[in-house]
Design a protein around this ligand. Sequence first.
Ligand code: FEO
Length: 408
Amino acid sequence: MHCVRTVTENLYWVGANDHRLALFENIHPIPKGVSYNAYLLLDEKSVLFDTVDWSACRQLLENLEYLLNGTPLDYLVINHMEPDHGASIEEILLRYPKVRIISTEKAFMLMRQFGFHVDGHECIQVKEGDTYSFGDHTVTFVGAPMVHWPEAMVTFDTTNGVLFSADAFGSFIALDGKLFADEVNFDRDWIDEARRYLTNIVGKYGPHIQLLLGKAGGILDQIRYICPLHGPVWRKDLGYFIDKYDKWSRYEPEVKGVLIVYASMYGNTEAAAQALAAKLCERGITDVALYDVSNTHVSYLIAESFKYSHIVLASVTYNLGIYPVMKSYLEDMKALNLQNRTFAIIENGSWACKSGDLMQAFIDEELKNMTVLNERLSLASSLQADKAAELDQLADALVESLQEDLEN
Ligand code: FEO
């Protein structure tokens, strides 16, 4: 049975939702699922924009069969060929052998590399600025390299103002019937998962997102719909989400507040983290989030790190080093290019307290444009009353730094 939605006149969502996949890219948990979006334009020619993950292929085929109603599929535009979107290309070619494929040179190269048998079909290679007409609708192809693979492009339909934005403006969470961002409470229910998607999947490529946003900025008044490959379609309040993307890709915090991430073996470092959180709230700083690094998937920590302006790292010393999961979190920050944050450090060690210096060295030497506050809380096994002054000084320093940020 088909399951489609109308985007706008003659344009349909023909994708599918996935609640079975536990780990996106086999690494990021997706407890609320994900959608694989594909779109069908029925003009003088019929055009399928992208395909879906192999697990969703059957739904895509049923949707196409219903809407095409016995007519052929004329074109397949591939904006992004990564297998979560491209894995069904070959099945489309088998079902619609006369379909002509439109994509970039690099995408065709990668399709062959992945073993998608596109040769034998008409492959139309396009580049930045090329246009194509399907009847009433004319589209322009725009390069979007590294958003999120090097072959990616986006396609802008100049007739109806639809931007097929590939991975850009995507989000985790299955659509479950709701297609448009204005059909959900996005700011309440979706923004955290949208942030987690962007920062973990494309976070490293902020400058490339900025390039794409620059191109989109030139035609902003013409964009009426943004149709990404995951998550809802945007037709209202586009500026809200564009602004989020702009902040995330410039590594600018959304919130002046404090993220506290602790690594604790027996609860003593956690107790210090909790005491600091309470001190901050006592001082009126209530935008405080606190996580145990050992039982929080690092993708959530990365998303929160992109959100908050100040990050407190509280870690025990382990084998004379940083606690392994805390080290892994720091490595992810580096890999995903996080910048422009203010850090504070709580360290703990029962006989050789090393974690503070090591975390500071990592921040100074491996990360970009970071500040570490001079005030540091050093613990020998547990937080005792004699450390009250140090704890207060750390809280005061964070408040002062936040206030400086708020004034700037
Ligand atoms: Fe959803 Fe880069 O693929």
